[in-house]
Design a protein around this ligand. Structure first.
Ligand code: HEM
Length: 317
């Protein structure tokens, strides 16, 4: 227990040092005077949701990734279709957790109406998800404003494909000013959650990808037969709700699902980072925390830009 607390402190401290200078116009404790209980309120609601459903951290983490990679971290992923905009981002790729974010927002509005943006709420929820599923926490700067534009058409140019090779993944992260370090560190999020058969069947048929462990490939083939249902398979065959460096050990053992996961072992620079992360859990936590803060700072709106939505699924006017 004492060791776990120390680990928490160390990760928080090191991640703060790494990220202090790269918070993209955001501020730590942005709500300290306008809504001092904002972060605690989010944390309480998120904790209750995770108690009820331990798969929620995966939902919040993936929502933040998809928000930030399409028009920046502006909560545009959360907007529902309207008469004027029938195809916002959320209609492009099915994601989970929208109702949950709306509920967190309602709890925050109860304590400080009109103060805390949905983009910040999503960033806090993802950070708190890491604390619960990974056992480490870190400060995340805030002050994001919510966007008013959301289009399904911008999703596929922003979100990397699971069929990408290493160079394409690196390019897609570079387009968001994120590094090779960030790519490899954040891919560790695939230690939790699920992928559907259709996202990795290309590695089973017509021939089995030789980088897959044969026993694991046989198991996947049984769960995902040709022409069968598009089942959900745990991203990690070990401890599937625990965010950890198990992902990198899975990768080294040929037990990751996506082409884009296996691709990290096809280049020297990415493979070296996979090896380092597999070998040192705490060093990976520090890198993951720093990369989360950087990802959550991609193309943010601040100051008088955008708005603070009253409801996360609709713009104010
Ligand atoms: C590196 C490029 C990435 C690609 C190509 C990618 C692709 C995918 C795909 C295809 C799925 C499965 C979707 C399905 O079949 O339902 C998935 C799941 C997931 N991804 Fe990624 N992803 C990437 C990076 C990230 C990042 C940066 C994060 C967060 C930090 C993330 C978090 C997750 C999580 C948590 C899940 C499981 C979601 C759930 O269980 O609902 N991914 N990803």
């Amino acid at each position: 227990m004492k060791q776990a607390c120390l680990q928490l402190l160390m990760v928080a401290f090191q991640a703060t040092l790494i990220t202090m200078s790269s918070s993209a116009g955001l501020q730590y404790d942005f709500y300290s005077s306008s809504c001092p209980n904002a972060e605690q309120t989010v944390r309480n609601v998120v904790n209750g949701m995770i108690d009820a459903d331990p798969t929620m951290p995966a939902a919040f983490l993936r929502l933040l990734f998809h928000d930030c990679f399409v028009m920046g971290c502006d909560a545009s992923i959360l907007l529902d279709p309207t008469k004027a905009n029938g195809q916002p981002e959320k209609t492009a790729i099915p994601l989970r957790g929208y109702e949950a974010v709306n509920k967190i927002k309602a709890a925050v509005e109860d304590v400080c109406p009109g103060k805390v943006s949905c983009a910040d709420i999503l960033a806090f929820a993802a950070r708190d998800s890491v604390a619960r599923s990974g056992g480490f926490t870190f400060p995340i700067p805030s002050g994001r404003r919510d966007g008013t534009v959301s289009s399904a058409f911008s999703v596929f140019s922003g979100i990397p494909s699971p069929f990408f090779n290493a160079q394409q993944l690196i390019d897609s992260f570079a387009a968001k000013n994120l590094s090779v370090d960030d790519l490899v560190a954040l891919s560790g999020a695939h230690s939790i959650g699920v992928s559907h058969c259709s996202a990795f069947a290309n590695r089973l048929r017509p021939t089995v990808d030789p980088s897959l462990d044969p026993a694991y490939a046989a198991q996947l083939n049984a769960t995902c037969p040709a022409g069968g249902a598009d089942r959900a398979v745990n991203n990690s065959p070990v401890a599937p709700d625990a965010l950890s460096n198990q992902y990198y050990r899975n990768a080294l053992a040929g037990r990751v699902l996506l082409t884009s996961d296996a691709a990290l072992l096809t280049r020297g620079d990415t493979a070296a980072r996979v090896n380092a992360s597999a070998a040192d859990a705490t060093a990976w936590m520090v890198r993951f925390a720093a990369a989360m803060v950087r990802m959550a700072g991609v193309e943010v709106l601040t100051g008088a830009q955008g708005e603070v939505r009253r409801l996360c699924n609709v713009t104010n006017s």
